[in-house]
Design a binder for this molecule. Structure first.
Ligand code: CMC
Length: 380
């Protein structure tokens, strides 16, 4: 083993391994560029709504006004949850984290779909859209139920981002708040063969159904090295507490080989372009609310981590500050990632179904062979 990488023609963690072809997303880790279907993330995040980007990901082209209006209406008409899914949330909310509840609720959506095993693109597309619409409702309902508040039904007059904020907080967001949420959803929507997307594609490659694929995605996203980092970032900022404590905190963490959450990336070796955009929004937002504390701590962590390890912030680093400014509870940070990434997962699922081959890699076996078999009564 050399530097954690086995030398038998493969890489631990599949680092740098190309595991398939895709037309959905280009991540240029060397130059810090990101494109959805060929369009730069800078253009998309400043000009498009989440619905527009979801259309782009699912349909492969940007919608014209008429197409977008139809798609937005279609998505908003799919936001309501079947009664039995609300009952499941009522049953599990106080026993689970929101990611666990989301995983359970999404899996249960299959029960309300008579076309669950439908094998045509039309079925898969309809199921993908339905889940994009419903993830936000599930997370908001979880929050309201878990905090013993009345659920707030979706408002079809609001866009996806604004409606999510409304369903969580019970208040209609300002235009600036809705735009910040929208931008955050756009930036999290897609990121090529990241762990959760790849896992969802593996599920699809067995010709399993869309609900199983999305449930797979949630389970994989939940981990602290992936989407779980989002929530961990704010907990870390809270644990540090002030700009003065950043330096000793980071040094202590590094000396004990603890990870600084929201820092580092497998593919980006330069600044994550999503973090660059979110940093500006977090700064603007913090100035507007008059609370610079979290931003200033984060900014200092960024500088210390670059000096110590030459590592940059990733997409999760500044988003938690924006969520905090939007009045969203910390425990929803990772589920918000899922609310957005479901559109990327759905696009990849469609692509995988459309040109499928079972994903079944090999392993490099390092255990023994031809051991002498010992009958059970003779074993020590
Ligand atoms: N804090 C401290 N050291 C780090 C960090 C970090 N966040 N990230 C990487 N390193 C160090 C690591 O200790 C190692 O150092 P050395 O060579 O001295 O032993 C070196 O950088 C390479 O680390 P690695 O684990 O081989 O790199 P990786 O490509 O497997 O890790 C990562 C990528 C994202 C898992 C990692 O950077 C990390 O754990 N970050 C913190 C968790 C996080 O923010 N995750 C969100 C990722 S982006 C959004 C998403 O995909 O969900």
């Amino acid at each position: 083993m050399v530097n954690g990488k086995l030398s038998a023609g493969f890489k631990k963690g599949l680092e740098d391994v190309i595991a398939g072809e895709s037309k959905i997303c280009k991540v240029d880790g060397k130059r810090g560029r990101l494109y959805y279907r060929g369009y730069s993330i800078e253009d998309l995040s400043t000009n498009c709504t989440f619905e527009e980007v979801t259309y782009l990901l699912l349909e492969g082209k940007l919608p014209n006004r008429k197409e977008l209006a139809r798609f937005t209406k279609e998505l908003s008409s799919m936001r309501n949850l079947p009664k039995y899914v609300v009952e499941i949330l009522e049953e599990v909310a106080h026993r689970t984290t929101p990611m666990e509840a989301l995983r359970t609720a999404v899996s249960s959506l299959a029960g309300g779909d008579k076309d669950v095993e439908g094998i045509t693109t039309d079925y898969h597309l309809a199921q993908g859209k339905s889940m994009v619409a419903k993830f936000a409702t599930i997370v908001a309902y979880y929050h309201r139920i878990n905090n013993k508040m009345e659920i707030v039904k979706p408002d079809p007059s609001l866009g996806h981002a604004a409606n999510f904020l409304y369903m969580v907080t019970g208040k209609r967001p300002s235009e600036i708040e809705a735009m910040a949420m929208d931008q955050d959803l756009v930036l999290h929507a897609e990121h090529s063969f990241n762990a959760s997307t790849f896992a969802a594609r593996i599920t699809v490659s067995t010709l399993s159904d869309m609900y199983s694929a999305m449930t797979t995605g949630i389970g994989v996203l939940k981990g602290p090295l992936h989407g779980g980092a989002s929530e961990a970032v704010m907990r870390q900022l809270q644990a540090i507490g002030s700009v003065e404590k950043v330096e000793p905190y980071v040094k202590d963490a590094l000396s004990k080989h603890r990870r600084m959450m929201g820092i580092g990336h497998r593919v980006y070796k330069v600044y994550d372009p999503r973090a660059r955009i979110l940093k500006k929004t977090a700064e603007r937002f913090s100035k507007a609310t008059g609370d610079m504390k979290w931003y200033n701590i984060a900014d200092k962590i960024e500088r210390v981590m670059f000096r110590e390890k030459k590592l940059y912030p990733n997409v999760d680093f500044f988003s938690s500050i924006i969520y905090n400014g939007l009045g969203l509870p910390l425990e929803l940070d990772s589920p918000i990632f899922a609310i957005s990434r479901v559109s990327g997962w759905s696009a990849h699922a469609l692509e995988q179904y459309g040109d499928n081959r079972l994903i079944r890699p090999l392993d490099y076996y390092t255990g023994p062979i031809d051991l002498k078999f010992i009958p059970i009564d003779e074993r020590k």
